[in-house]
Design a protein around this ligand. Sequence first.
Ligand code: NDP
Ligand code: PYC
Length: 359
Amino acid sequence: MRMALARIGVSAMKEAAKGEGAVMTHMDFETLVTLLARIFRSNGVSGVAADILARNCAGAERDGAMSHGLFRMAGYVSTLRSGWVDGRAAPVVEDVGASFLRVDAANGFAQPALAAATPLALEKARATGACVVAIRRSHHFAALWPDVEAFAQAGLVAIAMVDSMAVVVPPGAHRPVYGTNPLAFAAPRENGRVIVFDQAVSVMAHGDVQIAAREGHDLPPGTGVDAMGQPTTDPRAILDGGALLPFGGHKGAAIAMMIEIMAAALTGGLYSHEVDWSAHPGAQTPCTGECLILIDPARGGSAAAFVARVEQLIAALHDAGQSRMPGDRRFATRQKAEQDGIPVSADMRERLEALMGPE
Ligand code: NDP
Ligand code: PYC
């Protein structure tokens, strides 16, 4: 019962974060991408990386992932101006095995590093049945589904993991060690569709806690603790020296641990608890690592059999009463935005214009 109430609380808070009640204009995707790319470029990001980051951020806003859409632009700019991240980094892709790529993001953003590795990763996954892409020295400040969805559209199964910054306290511990470490999964379905999930290991993403603090909402019980380790529903208490809890207690904590190992130990990146941006006031993007695993489902039999089996599972879930699959809300929000445009408040437009650097 308590869990059910908690979920309702999270949904209501996310609705509020969309700015329900505010006056909205509707922007088409490419117009929003152009605006965001200008902001990135004017703050020292190379043209290629600016376009990748702008598409990623506009895509999150379009799909209703409010904690990683336009809300994040101020954090990107603040970080760029702090000198903590290199917006012009040139990622280096190293071919280290039949099914293994290492990528040095060179203290740049993770998405351009992944883009640099993608053609060879696709080639290896198809040639060998799988490919690991291990990215290090990378800043990931975004939703993770964009890193997997396109691979599923290309017929592959994709799993991505990112560690972030220590804001999640393990069970029984007295300080945070884990990041909010997202895990994303995507697989092809029949008729070109995909099934995708993308979730933080914390009860709530840190971005949603920040939005709640800004909007003055309390959080559902069980979200986090204050600086004294006491349970709190106050987002400010979590942000000011407190910590988030992993979802599912020790089970979520074990997944957080796996993600630290895969995204940092395996890649050569930093653990969440090793991130130290204290010399760069204003920095907000954790510089850690990302691990992507691609699998060609045709190797398990045939691609057609795989997607048919995925459909059978989804049909069984629907038949059992689960009408809402992960990704359904995202795809429905995307479809509406493609028809009507992406709702952007006048206040947000002003905030975005204010982020423009000298061009
Ligand atoms: P949510 O809890 O909102 O959603 C997690 C997943 O569950 C989504 O795939 C969602 O699908 C699905 N889902 C939600 N409700 C239901 C339901 N009732 N039935 C079935 N499926 C459901 O995500 P989080 O708050 O955990 O994370 C938000 C974002 O924050 C993610 O995009 C994540 O990548 C990002 N993040 C990024 C970090 C980073 O370091 N870069 C760190 C932490 C988080 P749907 O999309 O359709 O709603
Ligand atoms: O929302 O938890 C989060 C987050 C951390 C880094 C980027 N997003």
